[in-house]
Design a protein around this ligand. Structure first.
Ligand SMILES: Cc1cc2nc3c(=O)[nH]c(=O)nc-3n(C[C@H](O)[C@H](O)[C@H](O)COP(=O)(O)OP(=O)(O)OC[C@H]3O[C@@H](n4cnc5c(N)ncnc54)[C@H](O)[C@@H]3O)c2cc1C
Length: 503
């Protein structure tokens, strides 16, 4: 069987779905193929025993109602354009950090409150703290004034450069700077520099020296402007809304439809072959898979191969999804936490615990009297591949590891091990299997010193093949892949002669 459409999107992660919904809204016939029975990839929900868990992401930017034009509030702008709604609730603290030597600080919505609490611990660095976070604010102010579009779209670049010449030049210069080097201009206290590292590691899984200042300017400034908001229906309500938008304008998403191959003839993408043998031809194909999966698994022509060491491959995760007795969580407890026991090992596999309890804000995601906890640490498939999937040894190893993580988490939630009523454990193998992500990786990271603009953009070496998602600029995170979806849609739409309005 063979079909024809304008655009095929491989994968319904937030990058792919955003591109698909915007193209379809513009009248470009778009079909999304998703191997799973649900949309959203790393930003989805799953239900078990009355609990609705966030599979991955649960700290969300981009939902502010503040109407300043620019790249921020992308979810709000996209959902408005699509005429769909996602109910959210403000999350007053982005992350509450629990760090060595009793260093404890909450990155609250109030910027001044956050800076004051840092200055209280490091009074000798008060000026440095103000100056460093001011730099992030400067980046944010530039970015929030520029409309979102593709850096490969010459018309967009000329239009932005013409309307905002000074800001464009300033932003271009800032792309050469790292967050860590910028911090060292103002700050010398070792413990505070460790804190700056964990501020970047919390979302970039890299230390501050390896993290571009521009990315930090979004994540660490917008939390005090647009703020962090949690969707009342859980993470999955974001992809659900994008699917509603796609379908409302006549597009479709086909579940349990894995793509086995991107059909390339003479350097031009012609469509895809599904795992059921069906072929679908299209004027453009968008891959939402990782850079390694797109070039090394979906394209058979070895000339397009991407070596693993072209980027740093971020690790994967060991994840625990817990249903717990609500009494274990004290009132006033924040939703998101990061625990570091030792600065020497925080970036080792398993060194930092990420923790979220979204039912503090959205109680309906758990049965009455219960809470959800999602806690995870970095891990690699190589730590687990000696076990046979489904075997008793594998199960026991997961249980033992989960016991040790729960014991470490008791530092912030005493009594947690006795409060757990349901636990679902996932290794990097699980992540790889569910999401078709090479080694279950969190994604491709830039090498230290590489300019943010060296990240793959939406265009690929294969004509008519485009990419959206966390392997592309600007990188990992739901709001980042949303940006990549917007820029990909605007590039493809212009190529098809139907440019879309900038957001
Ligand atoms: C544990 C964890 C916690 C996180 N926490 C946060 C957070 O709090 N805040 C935040 O902003 N970000 C967070 N992130 C990161 C964020 O979730 C991701 O960067 C983002 O969701 C990735 O989106 P994507 O579009 O690249 O695609 P993915 O989420 O990778 O989705 C790709 C989709 O494509 C499908 N697919 C792949 N190959 C094929 C194929 N051949 N055929 C058909 N379908 C295919 C997959 O099944 C999947 O549905 C977290 C990630 C993880 C793993």
């Amino acid at each position: 069987m063979s079909e024809q459409t304008d655009v095929v999107v491989i994968g319904s992660g937030i990058g792919g779905l955003t591109a698909a919904a915007l193209l379809q809204e513009r009248g470009i016939q778009t079909v999304v193929f998703e191997k799973n029975a649900f949309p959203g990839g790393s930003c989805s929900s799953f239900c078990r025993n009355g609990y609705t868990f966030d599979a991955g992401a649960s700290v969300f930017y981009g939902f502010s109602e503040n109407d300043r034009s620019g790249t921020l509030n992308l979810h709000t702008k996209i959902f408005r354009k699509l005429g769909v709604e996602v109910a959210t609730v403000p999350d007053p603290v982005q992350i509450h950090y629990h760090l060595p030597n009793g260093f404890n600080v909450a990155a609250s919505y109030s910027r001044q409150g956050f800076l004051d609490s840092l200055a209280a611990r490091f009074p000798h660095e008060k000026k440095g703290i103000e100056a460093f976070y001011r730099e992030l604010e400067d980046v944010y102010e530039i970015l929030s004034a520029l409309p979102a579009g593709s850096l490969e779209d010459v018309v967009h670049l000329i239009s932005v450069g013409g309307r905002f010449p000074q800001k464009t030049v300033m932003l271009a210069l800032k792309t050469f700077r790292s967050m860590g080097k910028t911090a060292r201009k103002y700050i010398s206290d070792e413990e505070l520099l460790h804190f700056i590292d964990i501020e970047s590691y919390s979302w970039a899984v890299q230390d501050a020296l390896s993290t571009p200042l521009v990315n930090a300017g979004i994540c660490l400034a917008d939390r005090h402007h647009g703020g962090i908001n949690y969707p009342l229906g859980g993470a999955g309500s974001i992809p659900d809304a994008l699917c509603r938008g796609l379908e409302k304008f006549g597009g479709s998403i086909r579940y349990r439809s894995g793509v086995d191959e991107i059909l390339v003839e003479n350097g031009v993408a012609r469509g895809v072959k599904l795992s059921n043998g069906e072929t679908v031809h299209a004027k453009a194909v968008i891959s939402n898979a990782t850079v390694w999966d797109t070039y090394n698994r979906l394209i058979s022509d070895s000339r397009y191969r991407v070596d693993e060491d072209r980027f740093i491959r971020a690790p994967s995760w060991f994840q625990m999804y817990l249903g717990v007795d609500a009494r274990v969580i004290p009132s006033g407890f924040h939703v998101h936490h990061i625990l570091v026991d030792d600065w020497q090992t925080y970036s080792n596999l398993g060194g930092t615990i990420y923790f979220s309890a979204p039912t503090i804000l959205a109680p309906s995601l758990a049965p009455p009297g219960k809470h959800i906890i999602h806690a995870f640490v970095t891990s690699e498939t190589s730590e687990w591949d000696r076990y046979e999937r489904g075997g008793e040894a594998y199960r026991q190893a997961k249980e033992r590891y989960a016991d040790s993580l729960i014991a470490r988490t008791e530092k912030i939630l005493p009594g947690l091990s006795n409060a757990v009523e349901l636990r679902i454990l996932a290794t990097p193998q699980t992540h790889e299997r569910y999401l078709n992500r090479y080694k279950g990786s969190y994604g491709a990271l830039l090498k230290p010193g590489q300019n943010i603009l060296q990240k793959p953009q939406n265009r690929t070496p294969v004509r008519n093949l485009f990419a959206a998602g966390d392997s592309t600029f600007p990188g990992q995170g739901v709001i980042a892949v949303t940006y990549s979806g917007v820029s990909c849609a605007s590039l493809v739409a212009r190529k098809l002669g139907m440019p879309i309005d900038y957001l």
